[in-house]
Each structure stands twice: as C-alpha cells, then as structure tokens.
Design a protein. Structure first.
Ligand code: AMP
Length: 289
C-alpha cells in the first residue's frame, strides 16, 4: 500500500496508471475510518484496477464554530484498517499542500448547498465541492465512491460533476448501520454512554416516517414530519435541527408525498449533531398492497 502525501507524486502515479489503461477508483474520506468507509473501499476494489483512499480533514468545510480541531484523527489506525482491504494507495496531503498560502479559489455550488445541512452550516458544501474538485484533478479517478449517509453531499457532488464536466462516475453506496440502526459516523465517538443509547432515535424516527407513508398511506408531508419530530422529542437528549421530506434529484421539499422521496433529518444528541436519511421507493408501497 503506497502512502502518498505530495500532490505531484499522486498526479504522477495516476498519469502512469491511466497511460497503462488502468481504472482508478477514489474513496474520499476525512479519516477516523469505520465500517461505513470500508464498505466504499470494498466496492471500489471490486470495480476498479487501482483504489486510492484519500484522508484529509478539509478545513474549508468546517464553520468557525464547528469541530475542526476536535475532529478525530487516527492515521495509524486508519492505515491498519486499509491495509487488509488491499487498498493500492492512500493519499494523505497536509493542509498546506492542499491550500498553500494565498489559495483563494472556491466553487459555489448554488442553492442546493444552502438548504438542509447547508442552512445550519453556511459554506460547508462549497468547501466540500472545492476539495472534491481538487481531489478529482489530483487522483483522476474514473469512479468515485460516496455514502448515502451524506445524502445531500451525493447530490452536491453529482451536480458538481455534471456542471463542470468532470467525467467521473459517482457511485453511491448504502448507509452502514450498527445493530441498533445508528448510522456509523466518525462523530459517534463524541457521544457519552448515555447519548449513545439515545442516538438510535434518528433511525427510529426515519423508520416511523417510512411506515406512515408505506403502511398507513399518509401523503401529507407536514403531518409525517410533525409525527417524526414528536417521536424524536420523546428522547430527552435529542433536539431536532431539521426533519424534511424531499425529492431525490433537487432536494425540494414536498407537501404531498409522491414517491420516491428522501426523508432527511439532522438531530442534536447533546452537543453532537448527527444526520441520517432514508429513501422511500414507489416499489415499497406496491409491495404492501
Ligand atoms: P467522512 O469521512 O465522514 O467525510 O466520510 C467519507 C465518505 O464515507 C462519505 O462519502 C460518507 O458518506 C461515507 N460514509 C460515512 N459514514 C458512512 C456510513 N455509515 N455508511 C456509508 N457510507 C458512509
């Protein structure tokens, strides 16, 4: 497993691979790796000749009052997890390598980046789009792998690739969850024991919303969102940031449910903000009838 820290070295390696007609798969991460990340890695290994995992805690996607300094960093542990997966190369640039003195370019992804998570994290998705664009230019992958866990991020990246003609296939992989339904996240490590017990309320609320649509046939989105909020707030440590039901492509809020839709939520458990979502498909309703 090659460890690469310089942009120049990564580009030289990728250029060589492309000249040998090798397919490159890229899995961008911020490290503190868990099974959710490893699912993306395995998929890339299956589908490409050469898999690159990037580890970069991207400062430009954190707001001034967010957890950039506290964000978990464990490069040794990450490499120990990647090595048995037979990852070909790990790209770990420093912040000065990615954003040298005087760096000022930023991609503005537009309104899609100001709704849902973007409303409480201004600038976050522009930071994500900018770093992913850089990673695409550095690693030159044919495919890049993202988790459905960050649903809005997948839509933002899809738009980035289409509108700036990156020619990278975006592969969205299912959310990996613990046995109690909690989506794996590097931020779960912030939770106290008591908060960890409360955190599965996110998945419970999503499944409840899904049930109201699929089994109860409710089409009034306002009602479903209200019921989900009520359920979330039965958990004293939980405070809903948003509960939204949106279209898949543009993330537009719907009033009347017409499937497919995504139910997207952000909930604070104590001080930790967690996000999760599920997609409800037309087929699920047809299967019930
Ligand atoms: P992060 O390191 O949190 O920026 O995540 C890197 C990639 O892993 C993103 O595409 C995430 O959506 C994905 N990811 C994180 N958690 C999960 C999970 N529980 N299941 C699937 N993908 C995930």
């Amino acid at each position: 497993m090659q460890i690469i820290t310089a942009i120049e070295d990564m580009q030289a390696l990728s250029s060589r691979l492309l000249s040998e007609k090798k397919n490159i798969g890229l899995v961008p991460t911020m490290g503190a790796l868990h099974e959710g990340h490893l699912g993306l890695v395995r998929r890339s290994k299956d589908e490409n000749d050469f898999t690159v995992v990037s580890i970069f805690v991207n400062p430009s996607q954190f707001g001034p009052n967010e957890d950039f300094n506290e964000y978990p960093r464990d490069t040794e542990g990450d490499l120990d997890k990647l090595s048995p997966c037979k990852v070909d190369a790990v790209f770990i640039p420093g912040a000065d390598e990615m954003y040298p003195e005087g760096f000022s370019t930023s991609i503005n992804i537009g309104n899609i980046g100001t709704i849902l998570c973007g409303a409480s994290r201004p600038g976050h998705f522009n930071g994500v789009a900018t770093v992913v664009a850089k990673l695409f230019n550095i690693v030159m992958p044919g495919r890049a792998y993202f988790g459905q866990k960050d649903f809005q991020q997948t839509v933002v990246i899809g738009k980035l690739v289409r509108e700036l003609d990156f020619g990278v296939d975006i592969v969205v992989c299912p959310t990996v969850r613990g046995p109690d339904g909690l989506a794996m996240s590097s931020r779960n490590g912030y939770l106290s024991d008591e908060e960890r017990k409360a955190a599965p309320i996110l998945y419970k609320a999503l499944k409840f919303g899904e049930e109201l649509i699929v089994s109860n046939g409710i089409v009034n989105a306002v009602l479903i969102k209200e019921e989900m909020r009520k359920l979330i707030h039965t958990e004293p440590l939980a405070a809903a940031d948003y509960v939204e039901i949106v279209t898949l492509g543009r993330l537009e809020g719907v009033e009347k449910i017409e499937l497919p839709v995504a139910i997207c939520i952000a909930v604070k458990i104590g001080k930790t903000r967690l996000i999760d979502n599920i997609v409800v498909e037309k087929k699920q309703v047809e299967d019930v009838r």
